[in-house]
Design a binder for this molecule. Structure first.
Ligand SMILES: Nc1ncnc2c1ncn2[C@@H]1O[C@H](COP(=O)(O)OP(=O)(O)O)[C@@H](O)[C@H]1O
Ligand SMILES: [Mg+2]
Length: 307
């Protein structure tokens, strides 16, 4: 147990030397603070249901944005629009000013990775293999060379394995490298999914409820992990219900209610905004205010929906 963070060693933030090596490998950081991922007036209509109405977001390089809002507000739908899973009914999504491809695998290649509200690992593959799957997006390997197992193939395989080890160390899962994903504790599966997403060398990482189902220690460890990811130069958008988690993690917070952006601002601005207190949860204002300040999870009765 660390004296500083109170976390057991396996949940400690990534060691500095692992961070340094990864940052070197991924060489993402530019430090320009330019907008990298932008959504302009995104509307998503499903038949008679308008799940998103005119939502605009601008994520800057090196920034961590939090996206909060009640169940069914459209948060996951927004991620699906950003990553080419859905084509917005209207509006535009751009990455460094270029239109986002309308195809999830090309979105990944372009440098946007995500995790899912419902964990999507390969349960019968080991932790290491799950990370390698993410890595293959980045392997410039022609089919012939793969077939012949030539030197180029062997070299890129070796590099992929090396990176997988580093990523497992980064998320604190080295000890589970050879374990089947389905045997990992739930919180570790979520961390493994993050490692797999990072294996694609993203400039932008979208996390859909990364702490769902986690205990307080695992949640704190995830907060530290996301700070470390930001330090690698990756820009992050996080969906979460846990307001304390979001307010202590993010540079900026967006509140989505019934498909519309209700409020956007710094954690302090959002925390104190009467519209958030009133509309976000629909409970008596005093009660919600108390929850927002103590960080109790006002949506703890949430059950995971399919998304
Ligand atoms: N593919 C879809 N077809 C029809 N309705 C959908 C689809 N995806 C999401 N929705 C609806 O859009 C609304 C927003 O859902 P979602 O984005 O999952 O909310 P959140 O992630 O904020 O809980 C919900 O009413 C949901 O039922
Ligand atoms: Mg959702």
């Amino acid at each position: 147990m660390s004296e500083e963070t109170g976390l057991p060693p396996e949940l400690e933030a990534p060691p500095e030397e692992v961070k340094a090596v990864l940052a070197d490998d991924m060489h993402i950081a530019t430090g320009t603070r330019e907008p990298i991922l932008e959504a302009a007036g995104v509307t998503m209509q499903f038949g008679g249901l308008r799940a998103l109405n005119d939502v605009t977001m601008s994520l800057k390089e090196g920034e961590v944005i939090g996206l909060i809002g009640p169940n069914g507000a459209g948060k996951t739908t927004f991620f699906n629009c950003l990553t080419g899973l859905y084509t917005p009914t209207s509006g535009a999504v751009t990455l460094r000013g270029e239109q986002m491809p309308q195809d999830p695998s090309r979105v990944t290649e372009a440098g946007v990775a995500r995790t899912f509200q419902n964990i999507r690992l390969f349960p019968s593959m080991t932790a290491r293999e799950n990370v390698l799957v993410g890595r293959h997006v980045r392997m410039k390997q022609g089919p012939i060379s793969s077939l012949l197992h030539g030197p180029r193939f062997r070299r890129s395989e070796a590099e992929a394995k090396d990176r997988a080890e580093k990523l497992l160390a980064f998320v604190g899962l080295s000890r589970f490298a050879d374990e089947l994903a389905r045997n990992l504790p739930y919180g570790d599966q979520r961390r493994l999914e993050i490692a797999r997403a990072l294996a694609t060398d993203p400039s932008v990482l979208l996390l859909d409820e990364p702490t769902a189902g986690m205990n307080a220690q695992e949640t704190e460890a995830t907060r530290q992990l996301i700070f470390a990811i930001r330090d690698l130069g990756v820009s992050v958008v996080v969906i979460e219900h846990d307001t304390k988690f979001i307010f202590t993690l993010c540079d900026r917070v967006l509140v989505l209610v019934q498909g519309e952006l209700l409020v956007e601002g710094s954690p302090d601005e959002v925390r104190g905004d009467p519209r958030v207190i009133e509309a976000y949860l629909g409970a008596p204002p005093e009660e919600i205010e108390a929850q927002l300040h103590t960080g109790a999870n006002p949506a703890s009765d949430t059950v995971e929906g399919e998304s």
